[in-house]
Design a protein around this ligand. Structure first.
Ligand SMILES: C[S@@+](CC[C@H](N)C(=O)[O-])C[C@H]1O[C@@H](n2cnc3c(N)ncnc32)[C@H](O)[C@@H]1O
Length: 209
């Protein structure tokens, strides 16, 4: 999807309404995926871990980490929407180990650090090539690192008609099964809600990409 159009979609009114919309979305279609994420975070995080979140939005995942009472060493959230980041920064003012950066996640060449945990939820369907993004982002994982993704995926045929208006509303397109088959180093994959929601866990394969 064209970056500029996506950025506009997450401009002023969407930014303001994003949190209540996501709350409803989680109840209606994403509760299974959210439970998987809670388990992943509980199993993976401790005070030594560094986290990179790609397309962090209003940092609802960081709020989740705090609400689960989990510790971490450093969190870096990246998003290219200034309106969204204004809300995000307001939520997390004064946290010395939390940083947000305004940046396009399809251009990550200047990120020199590597991270223990990478999170990317509900972003892939906005990107021109989900598989090349996922495989490139794996280069930012430390040895033994883990990458957790939730995304809008190819639904069963009977849902496709109903999904079309939603795709227009948030300017996105489901990630096809063919694209997902190109993701490297998948350790776990699960689908929910008529296969509309997919959760993928990727683990570092020790340089075997
Ligand atoms: C549906 S929201 C998901 C936000 C968050 N990950 C969550 O689960 O609540 C998608 C976010 O991805 C961001 N985004 C989309 N394409 C991007 C890109 N190419 N670079 C950086 N951010 C992007 C949007 O600005 C928006 O905040």
């Amino acid at each position: 999807m064209a970056d500029e159009r996506v950025r506009q979609v997450y401009g002023i009114w969407q930014a303001r309404w994003y949190d209540p919309f996501k709350w409803l979305w989680n109840i209606l279609v994403a509760s299974g995926a959210e439970k998987d994420m809670n388990n992943f975070l509980r199993d993976s995080l401790d005070e030594n871990e560094t986290i990179l979140e790609l397309g962090c939005g209003t940092a609802l995942n960081l709020e989740k980490i705090f609400s689960l009472g989990l510790k971490f060493k450093r969190y870096l959230g990246i998003d290219f929407s200034p309106e969204i980041l204004r809300i995000t920064n307001r939520k997390f003012q004064g946290y010395s180990n939390v940083e947000f950066r305004e940046k396009n996640i399809t251009r990550l060449e200047d990120i020199n650090d590597k991270f223990d945990i990478i999170i990317c939820t509900w972003v892939l369907s906005h990107l021109p090539s989900a598989s090349s993004f996922v495989n490139r982002a794996q280069g930012l994982m430390k040895e033994q690192g883990k990458f957790f993704l939730i995304f809008f995926s190819e639904p069963r045929w009977y849902l496709r008609f109903w999904i079309a208006p939603l795709e227009l509303l948030v300017w996105s397109r489901y990630v096809t099964d063919e694209e997902v088959s190109k993701f490297k180093n998948i350790r776990k994959i699960r689908s929910y809600s008529g296969r509309m929601v997919t959760v993928v866990e990727i683990h570092d394969a020790g340089g075997l990409m």
